[in-house]
Ligand binder design. Structure first.
Ligand code: ASP
Ligand code: MG
Length: 448
């Protein structure tokens, strides 16, 4: 079994949907997981927001615009009148269910029902195209029959495995299944979702549940790049990454992958391949148990951090100090990204400043507190400690003219994190690129 997930841009128009069949062929059984067409989930979020705000008129208007858009796509894709007619019937039902929610104040359950329509529509349209227009064989498998959250709103792995197996067992001769990413049911059986960008997570959960031999994530970029292409020129896709390296990169800024998405695949050792629908023959990035040869594989940056320094003479030779300090953050449900300590001070960073005033208030009870906003973590990802032949020297040499606020090395063998002012970020990414990847970049260019 292989799982192939296509993101919003890969199904974003009739033309893009027409390009999919060529990408989903293969000798083994396959489950194709689709996102909503690009822009749809945003539109649904905004419709739900208008309804929460009580602006029925604007909501109705936006729903009608979206409906018209889908009618156009359906007619463009499904040129056979009978096929189009049947699909439009489904579209109408879907939009009726959204319009039906505009008469009363919107509930949380109503909102989740609205958000679910994007994936339901994209899979419907593609399935009807593939079977009705191309005459190919495929089964539409409703994700709501097997994707489920437990009482802690975490995927219910056992449930998913059992129910997916049962769903697949109904079609022993079927080679190709199409299902929705992102949507699921919660512990009460109500419609829910895996949060924004959750289709990757769906694919990984489905791959793990089906004991797939490979999970493919198809997007419109050719894999994870070694640096931020918006800031640095000449970045290149990393061919091979370990699961741990990929998780660090996904968390630290690489938008292509949802950070928790590869965890289920990693747990089962299922390779994840990142591929590009616009360049299907390009090798992309392979994420697996193995790692490639380069010590430092990539640089990523995460903005929007706040650094907090607590200086206290009570810390000297005391035990329990860090626990007390961390408990402040726990009480305010704020997670900490980076920590460095000296004998009399601790610096740490948070990326969610919602409870900053209360946190600071409590921290002042420990000693003097300093706060720096507009901080960026620059993260170097690779197989650093084992293979370390001077990579730290290369990094710090490259960064010699940039003020460094915090450095974290050794927490995991896969990353060095450095905190800098966001104002210095572009410069830092560029000098790191020159210092670390120039040779590799030239080799990639020569190959091309
Ligand atoms: N359609 C959902 C979103 O836009 C899920 C996904 O595409 O991954 O967030
Ligand atoms: Mg996505």
């Amino acid at each position: 079994m292989k799982v192939l997930k296509f993101g919003g841009t890969s199904v974003g128009s009739a033309a893009r949907m027409r390009a999919l069949p060529a990408l989903i062929q293969g000798p083994e059984r396959r489950i194709v997981v689709l996102s909503a067409m690009s822009g749809t989930t945003n539109a649904l979020v905004s419709i739900a927001r208008l309804l929460y705000e009580g602006d029925q008129t604007a909501a109705n208007y936006q729903i009608e615009i979206l409906r018209q858009h889908y009618l156009i796509v359906a007619r463009e894709l499904l040129t056979e009148p009978a096929v189009a007619q049947e699909a439009i019937q489904h579209l109408d039902n879907s939009f009726k269910s959204i319009f039906g929610l505009t008469r009363n104040p919107l509930s949380a359950a109503g909102e989740r029902l609205i958000l679910a329509q994007g994936e339901l529509l994209s899979t419907l349209l593609f399935h009807r195209y593939y079977t009705g227009m191309l005459g190919q064989q495929a089964t539409l498998l409703p994700a709501l029959d097997f994707m489920r959250l437990d009482k802690n709103d975490e995927p219910d792995i056992d449930y998913i495995e059992q129910h997916l197996a049962a769903a697949l067992a109904q079609y022993p001769d079927e080679q190709l299944f199409i299902t929705q990413g992102y949507i699921c049911r919660n512990a009460n059986g109500d419609i829910d979702n895996l949060k924004r960008g959750g289709s990757d997570y769906s694919a990984s959960l489905i791959g793990a549940a089906a004991h797939a031999e490979e999970i493919q994530i198809w997007t419109d970029i050719d894999g994870l790049h070694n640096n931020d292409p918006r800031v640095v020129q000449g970045t290149y896709p990393i061919r091979e990454l370990s699961f741990d390296e990929a998780a660090e990169l996904a968390y630290f800024g690489a938008k292509i992958l949802h950070p928790s998405s590869i965890l289920p695949a990693a747990k089962h050792g299922i390779p994840v391949r990142l591929l590009n629908t616009m360049q299907p023959a390009a090798p992309g990035t392979l994420i697996s148990d193995k790692t490639g040869t380069d010590a430092i594989k990539a640089v990523a940056a995460k903005d929007g951090l706040v650094a907090i320094k607590v200086k206290s003479s009570r810390m000297l030779l005391a035990h329990g100090f860090l626990r007390n300090l961390f408990e402040v953050f726990e009480r305010h449900r704020t997670s900490i990204d980076m920590v460095t300590t000296s004998e009399v001070a601790v610096s740490l960073t948070i990326d969610d400043a919602t409870h900053l005033p209360e946190i600071l208030e409590e921290l002042r009870g420990f000693g003097t507190v300093e706060v720096d906003e507009n901080q960026t973590i620059v993260c170097l990802v690779g197989n650093l400690i084992q293979a370390d032949h001077g990579s730290a020297r290369l990094v710090f040499n490259a960064l010699r003219d940039i003020p460094l606020r915090m450095i974290s090395y050794g927490g995991s063998p896969n990353n060095i994190s450095i905190l800098i002012n966001t104002a210095d970020k572009a410069r830092a990414l560029k000098v790191l690129n020159d210092g670390l990847f120039q040779q590799r970049q030239q080799a990639v260019e020569a190959e091309a």
